[in-house]
Design a protein around this ligand. Structure first.
Ligand code: NAI
Length: 484
């Protein structure tokens, strides 16, 4: 279903089902609904033109409609080829007041099962506003929209796009060449397009660990073109979404993909950061025997103190029934590891990109055969007859095989996102080019909004207690270096 430049989704008739789910999600997203009540009249995002790239789920639909309720114009794409919920995308495109025959919603460019070329076209679409209009804000998850603008400016400055990287050459990745193709096409059509877009961007708010990592790298290299707010490192984001969200959505993905009992099995989790902690807790909760691998001695010590075995992937990979990567790093599970696994071992990644598990190396293993069990579930059989079950082709399995985190925890993340958009858009002098975090008092505000919804009574400091601790009774309650 397509109308050029307006939207591109799987099927607008799914909008009715999507709208019902959005309505139920609103009930579970008290932070976002509170922001609508607090800021709806003031319209702080009037004039904001937000290019948004986050998994196009039901929860994201509530985020998008909160941004528009606060006055923003929005265009949206998913930040992963498998993570769109088609009914949510349809409902957002149709809009709360539109019909599939006469959609009045937000231009969405997302469907489940995009090719890489389609994925980058969708990312380009959210930055290509009609006529002479350009976006002035980015809301990103993993940094692909931000990357496209930065790469575009780079090639426009050089006046040329580098040639494709051949398979076997250093840096080769199918996706890198797809991006080069987009840039080549856009340079031929308009050699100043990305520079003009970058000049108008007030800033970006970034959702995830991997995207934040990219932003700090750009800033350190002196290449960051506009201010950024690191939403991930709000305490009410990474210590909640990354941990409790994963605790819910990892077993959800494993169950929907394979329905294999976890109890009694050996589960190897690579990485014991926020995501790894949630993953390990979920697997242990199901009765799995969990083994952690870590490179950071602090996280390894935490894992062992929490009662997990800690070992190297090399040493235990042959014993694991489940292998889950959560590192945000590359080459954590290699083709050699995959070949050494137990028969029917279930392998999946929940970190942001698909380079944690070496799928290309697996595909290049002589004699290996791939069979699709169902979409996003593949059995790879080795010449000796044993096989591994690979989920979502190595892309984040909680969104590829299930529907990602539940609404309540996404409300904590997305309340930070909306506050960050308001901060950047309305208080520009406070946020020069560089990577910033939200002030702690706003982090505490996000928590407060969600506590109230759970009926929790917070204890209030007396004046004497507050003076004794040297804090304001209204917060913030902790110094910035406190780690929670
Ligand atoms: P983190 O930095 O807290 O944790 C990653 C951990 O992996 C670190 O402790 C690090 O020492 C460890 N690590 C790095 N290389 C390793 C290796 N070779 N072997 C073993 N351990 C290794 O990051 P966080 O917040 O846990 O995020 C991890 C990834 O998950 C990121 O890519 C992030 O963007 C993504 N993410 C995915 C979500 C989802 O819904 N699927 C939700 C939130 C984050």
């Amino acid at each position: 279903d397509e109308s050029p430049g307006r939207y591109k989704v799987r099927d607008l008739s799914l909008a009715v089902a999507g709208r019902h789910q959005i309505r139920l999600a609103e009930h579970e997203m008290p932070g976002l609904m509170a922001l609508r009540a607090e800021y709806g009249a003031a319209q702080p995002l009037a004039g904001a033109r937000i290019a948004g790239s986050i998994h196009m789920t039901v929860q994201t639909a509530v985020l998008i409609e909160t941004l528009t309720a606060l006055g923003a114009d929005v265009r949206w794409a998913s930040c992963n080829i498998f993570s769109t919920q088609d009914e949510a995308a349809a409902a957002v495109a149709v809009g709360p007041d539109g019909t599939p025959a006469a959609p009045t919603g937000v231009p969405v460019f997302a469907w489940k099962g995009e090719t890489l070329a389609e994925y980058w076209e969708c990312t380009e679409q959210i930055l290509a506003w009609p006529g002479d209009v350009r976006p002035n804000m980015i809301l990103d998850d993993g940094g692909d929209a931000t990357l496209l603008v930065h790469r575009g400016v780079e090639v426009e400055a050089a006046g040329a796009v580098p040639s494709d990287i051949a398979p076997g050459e250093p840096g080769y990745a199918e996706e890198a060449n797809v991006v080069l193709a987009v840039l080549r096409r856009s340079l031929a059509a308009d050699a100043g397009r990305w520079t003009a877009i970058a000049a108008e961007i007030v800033g970006v708010t970034e959702e995830t660990t991997t995207g934040v990592h990219r932003l700090y790298q750009l800033a350190e290299a002196g290449q960051l073109l506009f201010p950024a707010i690191n939403v991930n490192d709000s305490v009410t984001k990474s210590k909640f979404d990354n941990k409790y969200g994963i605790r819910h959505s990892l077993p959800d993905g494993l169950n929907r993909a394979t329905d294999t009992l976890m109890g009694g099995k050996v589960a190897l989790v690579a990485g014991y950061g926020d995501v790894g902690k949630g993953a390990a807790e979920a697997l242990r909760g199901q009765g799995a025997r969990v083994v952690i691998s870590e490179v950071d001695p602090i996280c390894a010590l935490q894992a062992v103190m929490d009662g997990y075995e800690v070992a190297r992937v090399d040493d235990v990979v042959g014993a694991a029934d489940f292998v889950i990567t959560t590192t945000g790093n590359r080459d954590v599970v290699t083709a050699v590891h995959l070949a050494a696994m137990k028969d029917k071992a279930i392998v999946g990644n929940i970190g942001h990109f698909d380079n944690e598990i070496d799928i290309a190396g697996l595909a290049a293993t002589p004699g290996v055969v791939r069979v699709e069990i169902k979409p996003q579930v593949h059995e790879w059989t080795f010449p000796d007859g044993h096989s591994v079950i690979l989920l979502s082709e190595g892309r984040l399995l909680n969104l590829g095989n299930a529907t990602g985190h539940p609404s309540f925890v996404m409300s904590t993340s997305f309340t930070n996102q909306v506050i960050a958009q308001i901060e950047l858009f309305t208080r520009r002098a406070e946020y020069p080019t560089g990577v910033h975090r939200l002030p702690k008092v706003l982090d505490e505000k996000v928590a407060r909004l969600h506590l109230a919804a759970l009926g929790v009574q917070l204890t209030e400091l007396t004046k004497t207690q507050a003076e004794y601790l040297g804090v304001d009774p209204a917060g913030p309650y902790k110094p910035d270096h406190y780690r929670y």
